[in-house]
Write a protein that binds this ligand. Structure first.
Ligand code: HEC
Ligand code: HEC
Length: 217
């Protein structure tokens, strides 16, 4: 009887090991080894001073699971293309476009890890991508968004270069995160960079401009 029980539990353990998707395991260890030197994952807002922020060569990822779309993330890690026209934390140097590339297996595992890093400030399912007139007015006329961000209109890329490009935001960013980022900029960017629009835009304007950005091709 005892022998049987041992055999059964051994069998079960083996089965679990064999069916567990090994590609998704260990993303945190891979990240620690290859990525943590350039990216914070401990948040919120570990980088409380400009010196903290400059201590890392890449953007904070502690809310990556709230910010990015999973399919975009796993593909980008294998074939990264510049997001910021300029080098991170620089207003003069061009982005060298030299981000490390990962194998498909490592990218899967690290994506699982990063998608688990979420912020409770992001409410799910509120903002739907929508190319709306109010959002467009805010983005292109009322506020200087387009002065710092590239975006594409009828296939032509317009806009400034000091912020991340928003071309392709519909595939890259989670619409609900865009709204949370505008409404609570200081939670995500405590030190500097993106201006805080909380005094200048009311929540309705933020919703419509977030929906507008979320629809960018
Ligand atoms: C030498 C420093 C460096 C290393 C190592 C590095 N990164 Fe990056 N990472 C950057 C920089 C700089 C950017 C900004 C790139 C851009 O805007 O085009 C970036 C951007 C990113 C982004 C997009 C973030 C955003 O907010 O736009 C993700 C996701 C990312 N890295 C994940 C990783 C992963 C996973 C690894 C481990 C394989 C890694 N990085 C290793 C410097 C680094
Ligand atoms: C003075 C320049 C400036 C203006 C004006 C500005 N932004 Fe930004 N924005 C930034 C910078 C800088 C960042 C973040 C930098 C980083 O992470 O490297 C950013 C980040 C963002 C992001 C996140 C993009 C990403 O991939 O991380 C969104 C979305 C965004 N801004 C939307 C807007 C909207 C909408 C407006 C207008 C209401 C606006 N921005 C106005 C400079 C600006």
């Amino acid at each position: 009887m005892r022998l049987l029980a041992v055999t059964v539990s051994l069998g079960a353990a083996l089965l679990v090991t064999m069916t567990a998707p090994s590609y998704a395991a260990g993303g945190d260890a891979i990240f620690k080894k290859s990525c943590a030197g350039c990216h914070y994952t401990d948040g919120p807002a570990k980088e409380k001073t400009i010196a903290d922020q400059l201590a890392k060569k890449g953007p904070e990822l502690w809310y990556a699971g709230s910010k990015f779309q999973k399919d975009w993330l796993v593909a980008w890690l294998q074939a990264p293309k510049p997001i910021r026209p300029l080098k991170y934390n620089s207003l003069t140097d061009k982005n060298p476009g030299d981000h490390p590339k990962m194998s498909a297996g490592d990218a899967d595992a690290v994506t699982e890890f990063l998608m688990g890093l979420t912020s409770p400030e992001v409410k799910a399912g509120v903002i739907k991508a929508n190319n709306n007139v109010q959002g467009r007015n805010t983005f292109t006329k009322k506020m200087p968004c387009g002065g710092c961000h590239e975006y594409s209109l009828k296939g032509v890329v317009l806009g400034g270069k000091s912020g991340p490009s928003l071309v392709g935001a519909s595939k890259r960013l989670n619409p609900d995160w865009i709204y949370a980022f505008l409404a609570k900029t200081k939670v995500f960017k405590p030190v500097r960079d993106m201006p805080d629009f909380t005094g200048a835009l009311n929540p309705k304007d933020m919703e419509s401009v977030a929906a507008y950005v979320a629809a960018f091709e």
